[in-house]
Each structure stands twice: as C-alpha cells, then as structure tokens.
Design a protein around this ligand. Structure first.
Ligand SMILES: [Zn+2]
Length: 150
C-alpha cells in the first residue's frame, strides 16, 4: 500500500461521494496543472499524485479496496502502545546513536541516520511492547558524543 493518503492529496473527506471526489479532482487537476505553475518540477509531482489519487478513488472497486487497506493501517497505527511522544531534543547520545529510556529499564535506540531522513518516527522497545513517537527537530545537534548527556 502506498504511504500517501489519497484523500489528503485531493483534499476531500473519506466519506465523500463519487461526485464530490470527481469535482475535487477536477479542481485540483486544473489548479495544479504543470502548464500553469512556475515551479514546474514541484507541480508535476503534485499533479502526478492527484492523477494517482483519482485512479484509485475514482473507481468504486479500487476505492473499496483502498478504503479497507487504509482502515486497517489506521487500526494498526492506533494499536501501537505509545510510551511517550517526544522530540528529538529529548534523546541522549549513546555509542554513536541516540537513545531514550524506556519504562521497562531498557532503552529505545534511534539511529542517527533515521533522524536525518525522517521528520517523525516510531521506535519500538526491544524488551517490551512499548514504542515512542519522535518528532524530529531538524535543528537538533546530531553530532553525537559519548557523553552521558544532561
Ligand atoms: Zn521497554
């Protein structure tokens, strides 16, 4: 399943009728048409996403399948046991990576690369069923030192 939310791409409600989706798609396609945009590379990407969303949501069969997968993904996301929601500033450096104390006594280990790539990430504890959700602050100093931190 694609990571993009096609309803978000089109900017319509998940309960929207076929007619509504069609209308929104036409508006978006017109508004984001590469011929009209100055930043053509960005708009081409956006335009492509809109086409892709329409291909899925514009067809009742593929929409039904997509809706089911989307619902499943949402349920899975909700069933993650979150121990904490933190920002990357709250991590401390450890052995070249970053870490956060779990309540079980173990630690969440966060790869430095992940902090560079992602804007948010969920990290599971190796020892228990909890996870943490990290909002990555791009200004965080990623130069890790093997200090015990603050
Ligand atoms: Zn744990």
């Amino acid at each position: 399943m694609s990571e993009k939310d096609y309803y978000e791409v089109l900017g319509c409600h998940e309960e929207a009728s076929h007619e509504d989706i069609k209308r929104v798609y036409r508006e978006q396609a017109l508004k984001n048409h590469p011929d009209k945009m100055k930043d053509s590379k960005q708009s081409a990407e956006k335009f492509h996403q809109i086409q892709e969303a329409w291909e899925i949501l514009g067809d009742s069969d593929s929409r039904r399948i997509y809706d089911a997968e989307r619902k499943q993904a949402q349920l899975e996301a909700e069933s993650i046991l979150l121990f904490a929601r933190i920002t990357s500033d709250e991590l401390y450096s450890k052995n070249g990576s970053f870490a956060y104390q779990c309540r079980c006594g173990s630690e969440y280990i966060v790869d430095k690369k992940d902090l560079e790539i992602y804007e948010q990430l969920t990290v599971a504890c190796d020892e228990c069923t909890f996870s943490i959700f990290i909002e990555v602050n791009k200004t965080t100093n990623l130069t890790s030192q093997d200090s015990t931190g603050t």
